[in-house]
Design a binder for this molecule. Structure first.
Ligand SMILES: NC(=O)c1ccc[n+]([C@@H]2O[C@H](COP(=O)([O-])OP(=O)(O)OC[C@H]3O[C@@H](n4cnc5c(N)ncnc54)[C@H](O)[C@@H]3O)[C@@H](O)[C@H]2O)c1
Length: 476
């Protein structure tokens, strides 16, 4: 059986070291631009970011007096652990409680970890008991299954806590709506865990490349994907099985369903919601619009529908009406072949941007179309790396190319590397906002727009129809 870490994760839990500028990058930079152009910018940017991180790395106990934030983790499974790994690197947090219904396994593991870090934490099975007893909590980080997000977030907000809640905001629009309203009514912060919104590479692309430089020209088409190879269901150690009455109390029919909740209707939303929501959120963000229409084809083409109620394959086309004109955006997710992993690809009439949050795969590639104005100015400013000339002829091959064959446009890179775990900047943004030093990057209203955009895919698959979005559907 696949372990939780192998199966439940969407991004690598181990803190990635990031990719350093290596000698090849240096040479690449130095051959075509003055030394302090590309290389200077990228280096200064990385250095500054690292210095910031290093200054922050003093550990929770060295936080500025009076500014400590009392935190609870609600849902201590695969993602709860990933978030905790990031939070342990953020100064000024004092962990007070962990709530998880799997008391004998996940809860125990995380409580023990935190006690090793000398935090005096209490473990709870029921979040209401935690809210009753832990009066000093400032914030709750929610990483429970999607169908619990609304009750968890709403009750925490109503108890006066700030909430960081994992995506998908909710498995239902009613649930997501109740979260927006609770945040508004209580005046407490609600950050939704679309962590790419705080990723420095995505911010650089949004602000500098698309905003200031308009480097792609007019974006007309987009495509993206998250392809995953077949993997077995998530298992569990039998001696730690949760008793049936407790499972039932929290909405699960069996241990198998408890562990693989993503695939079940009423609990999760299947791969399009689980994986697609991250990237479709970026479509809306980068295009500065919500879609007008969606059509989708999907089904349970491979897995056993008794244990995989949601579609294992989804192929989706959104139509957007942006300020610059119409955009068609394709997205696919399938779980039978991991070909080319996950990325988003924005295609304009002057260039292409392919990116992902991963430092290993698609860490930001740009291609200038031959008809576009030169990018030298952006290279000099350090917004993009110097180009790597693409060869038309495959190396070492005796082949004859057609004289009309187009040469691939030159490759540039987005010179921004994240050395921290992928979720750290988004969590930092949340805690900085609590302290009054920042503004949420993904407040409830944005999370809601993404939920509306993504949840309609399953509807469109079921209806076998092109469905429209009314602009007011995105607003509360
Ligand atoms: N942002 C990301 O990149 C990312 C990655 C993975 C998962 N997620 C999200 O994180 C959430 C958790 O996913 P996961 O992979 O950790 O799932 P998981 O099944 O591994 O963990 C869920 C945990 O919640 C506990 N739980 C279930 N119901 C509960 C309840 N009512 N009260 C308290 N605890 C309860 C379970 O015992 C389990 O420990 C999901 O919403 C998922 O979409 C986000």
């Amino acid at each position: 059986m696949a372990s939780e870490d192998e199966k439940g994760k969407e991004s690598a839990p181990a803190p990635p070291l990031g990719r350093r500028l290596d000698r090849r990058d240096v040479l690449l930079g130095l051959t075509t631009v003055p030394a302090l152009g590309l290389f200077g910018y990228a280096w200064v940017k990385q250095r500054g970011y690292e210095q910031q991180r290093r200054a922050a790395a003093g550990g929770a106990k060295k936080a500025p007096a009076g500014r400590e934030i009392n935190v609870a983790l609600l849902g201590a499974g695969a993602q709860g652990q990933v978030l905790l790994d990031s939070m342990l690197r953020i100064p000024g947090l004092r962990f007070r409680a962990v709530c998880d219904i799997w008391t004998e396994y996940n809860q125990k593991r995380v409580v023990n970890t935190l006690r090793k870090f000398k935090f005096e934490v209490n473990g709870y099975e029921d979040y209401r008991e935690m809210l009753d007893k832990e009066k000093d909590l400032d914030a709750v980080v929610v990483a429970s299954p999607d169908f619990w997000h609304a009750p968890h977030a709403v009750d925490c907000l109503k108890a006066g806590k700030h909430v960081y809640c994992e995506k998908e905001m909710s498995n239902t629009l009613e649930g997501a709506r109740s979260m927006v309203l609770a945040a508004r009514e209580t005046g407490k912060l609600l950050q939704i865990g679309h962590q790419r919104r705080s990723h420095p590479r995505y911010l650089h692309c949004y602000e500098k490349l698309l905003g200031e430089a308009k480097i792609l020209g007019r974006i007309v088409t987009v495509n993206g994907q998250w392809n995953r190879a077949v993997s077995p269901d998530i298992g569990y150690p039998e001696r730690y099985a949760i008793p049936a009455d407790r499972l039932k109390k929290y909405g699960f029919k069996s241990m198998e369903q408890f562990r693989n909740w993503r695939w079940y209707k009423g609990l999760g939303g299947g791969p399009i919601v689980d994986l697609g929501s991250h990237q479709i959120d970026i479509y809306n963000w980068f295009l500065g619009a919500n879609p007008s229409y969606v059509m989708a084809s999907g089904g349970n083409d491979y897995h056993d529908p008794k244990t995989h109620e949601w579609y294992d394959t989804a192929m989706v086309i959104y139509e957007f009406e942006t300020k610059e004109g119409p955009v068609r955006a394709y997205y696919q997710t399938q779980t039978t072949n991991g070909s080319q992993g996950y990325f988003e690809n924005f295609m304009g009439d002057q260039g292409t941007l392919v990116l992902s949050e991963s430092e290993a795969n698609y860490p930001g590639f740009l291609y200038r179309d031959p008809n576009a104005p030169p990018w030298d100015g952006w290279v000099q400013k350090g917004y993009v790396s110097a180009p790597k000339v693409q060869e038309a002829k495959p190396e070492g091959e005796e082949v004859t190319l057609d004289v009309r064959e187009s040469v691939s446009p030159d490759l540039h890179r987005v010179p921004v590397v994240l050395r921290d775990p992928y979720h750290q900047p988004h969590l930092e943004n949340f805690f900085d906002t609590i302290r009054g030093d920042a503004k949420l990057h993904c407040p409830a209203e944005i999370g809601y727009e993404t939920a509306v955009t993504v949840l309609k895919v399953n509807e469109a698959i079921e209806a076998r129809q092109r469905l429209s979005f009314r602009p007011e559907e995105f607003r509360i």
